[in-house]
Design a protein around this ligand. Sequence first.
Ligand code: PEP
Length: 225
Amino acid sequence: MQKWVVANWKMNGSKNLLNEYKKIFQKHEKLIVCTPFIYLGESAEINLGAQNIHWQPKGAYTGEVSASMLVEFGVKYCLVGHSERRQHFHETNTDVRAKAETCLGADIMPIICIGETLEQYEANQTHEVLERQLAECLPRGQGFWIAYEPVWAIGTGITPTTDEISEVHSMLREKLPNTTLLYGGSVNGDNAATIFSMPNVDGALVGGASLDMATITKIYSASAK
Ligand code: PEP
C-alpha cells in the first residue's frame, strides 16, 4: 500500500518550486505539501497543508491565520506543534491541543508533531516524553494524525535506528490503532525506502529533502513500493 509523503517546506520555497510540485505531483493523492501561508492560495491541483494555525476564530492577533481562512483556500491539512514552533515560538502542549481542536472543528486534519530532544533521548526518556505529549496534546475527538519527529533528527542528517523507530511506532499504534502515523527527521532519498517498509509507519514528514525535486520524487517513488 502506498504510504504518505508530507513535505514541510518550513520558511523555504518559492512560486517556482510550487510550480514544479504542481507539474509532478498533481493528482497524487498521497503527497501533501505544507508551504508557507503565502503559497496556499496558489493551487487546487495538489494537496496543500499549512504549517501553523491560530486557535481563535478571529481577532486582534497580528500575523496569525485562522482556520476559516485556511478552509477558504482549500487547505485540508495542518502541521501542529512542530518542534521548531515549540522551540522558537514557545508553543506549549496546551497550545498544541487548542490548535488541533481548532483544526478538527474546521475539518482540517491536524498533523500533531511529537518527539523527544537529544537530552531526553540520551537519558532514555523517549517513551515517557512521548506519553506526556500525547496526554497533553491530543484533542478531544477523532481524526488527527501523529508525526513522530525526534528533535535531534530534524535537519541533522541523523536518524534513529530502524529498531528505535519501530519500537516507538508500535507503541503509538497500540495506543492509537486507527491513527495515521508518520515518521519525520532527516528522511532522504537513500533511507526513505527502509522507513516506508516499516509496518507501523504510514508515511514520512520530509523537511529539507522536500526542497529538491529529484530527491522528493525519489522519496515519493519509494512510498509507492
Ligand atoms: C521537518 O521539518 O519536519 C523535518 C523532518 O525536517 P528534516 O526532514 O529536514 O529533518
